[in-house]
Design a protein around this ligand. Structure first.
Ligand code: UDP
Ligand code: MG
Length: 325
């Protein structure tokens, strides 16, 4: 009887120096899990440092290593999506290439999966990322949890195990603005957790700048909440009400109060500034939704593939896995 296959999906962007150490730790972890067959699916997200070649070399020596290489950088969430689309395992584990997600936690995830768990999320205990990044991360989760209806515990990461059933359900979601933590929570499968201590990034620098984190937060909020649009409606109603009251007052003064010189400059300027500001702000909010709608309507493939090693060729070279289902 053949053993069940477990996939590990690794999105990698300029992680050349981390490929060999990560594979060594994955291999030694897999060596202890003799009940399973393994595949290690690397998705090279347009690296410029030869990450893909390092993976290709490893694949020549170890058939479990597989490579999907993008034509350019499409982003972490897209790379993860692509990897989930290629993985063939009964369970699929995703983890970062920089060794911040220790492979040694995977057996604990597997035990929970064997006991029936559909999703086992790694839950970051101590963080190895540094104070500034921690603060940014806390702000990120505060925003998500206050602006959207999907609960996401702070310290959740894209380090998780998903059962085949969950991966297949995930691949039916074809949206472009992908906040995968949110999408997994949205699917509604019960989530169990496996604690892990985050390690320091082994080599290289974090690819998530503050701007990128803010973009991900904007994707997360717009994907899972219409609350910012509602704020516009409420603010619009409130200002209309205030304007109506003020109009009544102005009319009253105009009609009944004997004309004295009223120095109205300050109030006019303040009102104009305030209303102008609010209008621009909410135009921006609407724009955030609009450009995402535009991107969806174009219906382009989610990503394009340059090279595949060890993976069945679907002939399209295009990342339409998620859309085809
Ligand atoms: N990553 C990616 N594409 C990107 C940015 C990041 O595939 O455009 C990968 C990166 O190689 C790593 C993972 O996503 O494996 C997490 O990125 P990183 O470690 O830079 O983020 P951080 O841990 O600092 O939040
Ligand atoms: Mg990292």
């Amino acid at each position: 009887m053949s053993k069940a296959l477990i996939s590990v999906v690794v999105p990698a962007f300029n992680e050349r120096a981390n490929v060999a150490p990560l594979l060594a730790r994955l291999a030694s972890m897999a060596g202890g899990e003799t009940g399973y067959d393994w595949e290690f699916v690397f998705v090279d997200d347009g690296s410029g440092d030869g990450t893909a070649d390092a993976v290709a070399d490893a694949a020549a020596a170890d058939r479990r290593v597989k490579l999907l290489q993008f034509t350019r950088n499409f982003g972490h969430q897209m790379a993860l999506t692509a990897g989930l689309g290629e993985a063939r395992g009964r369970a699929v584990v995703s983890l970062d290439a920089d060794l911040q997600h220790p492979p040694e936690t995977v057996p604990a995830m597997l035990r929970r999966w064997e006991a029936g768990a559909k999703v086992v999320a790694g839950l970051r205990g101590a963080s190895g990322a540094g104070a500034a990044k921690d603060r940014a991360s806390r702000l990120f989760y505060w925003l998500i949890n206050h602006l959207t209806e999907i609960p996401i515990p702070a310290g959740a990461a894209d380090f998780r195990l998903m059962d085949r059933e969950v991966v297949d359900a995930f691949l039916r979601m074809g949206e472009r603005a992908r906040f995968i933590r949110g999408m997994v929570s949205w699917m509604g499968f019960p989530v169990e957790t496996a604690p892990y201590a985050e390690e320091r990034r082994a080599a290289g620098r974090s690819k998530y700048s503050l701007t990128r984190m803010l973009c991900l937060a904007a994707d997360a909020v717009t994907s899972f909440s219409a609350l910012p649009l509602r704020f516009a409606t409420v603010a619009g109603l409130a200002t209309t009400l205030i304007a109506a009251l003020y109009a009544a007052y102005v009319l009253f003064v105009f009609l009944f109060v004997p004309r004295v010189v009223i120095p109205g400059w300050a109030s006019i300027v303040l009102v104009a500034l305030f209303l102008g500001g609010i209008q621009l702000l909410f135009l921006g909010v609407i724009g955030e939704y609009l450009h995402r709608i535009y991107a969806e309507v174009k219906g382009r493939p989610l990503y394009l593939v340059k090279r595949r090693i060890g993976l069945a060729d679907d002939g399209s070279g295009a990342g339409t896995q998620a859309r085809r289902l």
